[in-house]
Design a protein around this ligand. Structure first.
Ligand code: M7G
Length: 326
């Protein structure tokens, strides 16, 4: 069993106090002396910018890395309160304008406080490229029958590989990132940081709980038989997050996506104050609601019509259109 003792944050239970002290325990590629990994991105050749968000301070780029298709995501990370003093005292400052009591500057922080979170997907499939491209979306209503006749056959042949999930469950990847594990094959799961979270501050806390059972694709497969699993994830996942990060359940948004991108059941745990992409009502289903729905109707997710958005270029959307459902 992985680290179930947790406890890197000690002392006061007040979340913001812990947030100030919180640091990532794991820095792959960079040790305490600031050693860095070989820059594989030096050879990256941009083909096209898929999306560029000034608000999210993120750019999604499609290109080639040594002749292989790649998607690279660059994201400016939040400014951390605990590094402010060092950032300000060590910065280079260039005045841009001054007017009465107002002035603006270009501030260059010390390099180690000016990192950019970078995600590389290589080799990337066409589906990865589409996932990050700006696209118009359409809301689809999927009945239980539509799921069986349209969606299920489609996801059986078209969905993303879940090799990365199996690697986590089999301890072939991200082993040192595991925050908590319940190894039980029936109700067990692995809780670890989502790769969208750089673990440097709690404002954008994002973890995922991946179930050990391999035959649950999504919300649609859940029945009352899975209640012990869901309740176990809810209780132990929240306990682990409280112990490790000092964030109580009342500060967390715990939910499932429908449709997910990866069809191996996993639950998202995000900071409540974090207005994260994918937490809107048309895609996120609160775990607490899912549990209650299954308690009142064991077959709720087999029979209910579920709504979700699909992008214009999504093959599943064409299937719904072809079936006259849109
Ligand atoms: P989803 O609801 O299937 O799809 O969630 P989404 O990506 O459209 O939200 C899968 C979650 O797993 C997302 O939050 C991803 O950021 C996260 N994720 C994806 N990959 C490939 C990895 C990975 O390799 N490691 C980790 N730790 N998280 C990942």
């Amino acid at each position: 069993m992985a680290d179930a003792t947790l406890g890197s944050a000690v002392g006061s239970d007040e979340p913001s106090a812990k947030a100030k002290r919180f640091r990532s325990d794991h820095k792959a590629g960079q040790d305490g002396e600031g050693r860095t990994d070989r820059n594989i991105l030096a050879a990256f050749k941009t083909t096209t910018v898929l999306r560029d968000s000034a608000l999210e301070k993120t750019i999604f780029i499609h290109g080639k890395l040594a002749d292989r298709e790649a998607v690279v995501i660059l994201e400016k990370t939040p400014i951390r309160e605990d590094t402010l003093a060092e950032m300000l005292s060590g910065a280079k400052l260039k005045l841009e304008m001054q007017n009465d009591i107002y002035s603006t500057y270009q501030l260059q922080p010390p390099a180690h406080l000016n990192e950019m979170k970078t995600t590389v997907i290589c080799p990337a499939t066409e589906k990865h490229v589409k996932k990050y491209q700006i696209q118009e979306s359409f809301l689809v209503e999927e009945s239980g029958e539509d799921y069986l006749s349209i969606t299920l056959p489609y996801i059986q042949e078209q969905s993303f590989s879940v090799q990365w999930v199996h690697n986590i469950l089999e301890k072939k990847a991200e082993v040192e990132r595991i925050v908590y594990e319940d190894p039980d094959p029936g109700v067990g799961f692995v809780l670890l940081p989502d790769f969208k979270w750089d673990q440097k501050q709690l404002d954008d806390l994002y973890l995922i709980a991946i179930v050990h059972q391999r035959d649950i694709k999504s919300l649609r497969d859940l029945t009352a038989d899975h209640l012990p699993l869901l309740q176990n994830i809810s209780r132990k996942g929240m306990e682990a997050i409280l112990q490790r990060y000092g964030l109580p359940a009342s500060k967390l948004r715990v939910y499932l996506h429908y449709q997910p991108s990866y069809y191996h059941l996993h639950i998202h745990f995000t900071a409540l104050a974090f207005d994260v992409r994918g937490c809107s009502v048309e895609r996120a289903h609160l775990l607490a609601d899912v549990i209650q729905n299954l308690q009142s109707d064991p077959g709720f997710y087999k029979t209910r019509t579920l709504c979700f958005p699909l992008r214009a270029d999504d093959g599943l959307l064409s299937k719904f259109k072809k079936a006259g459902k849109l």
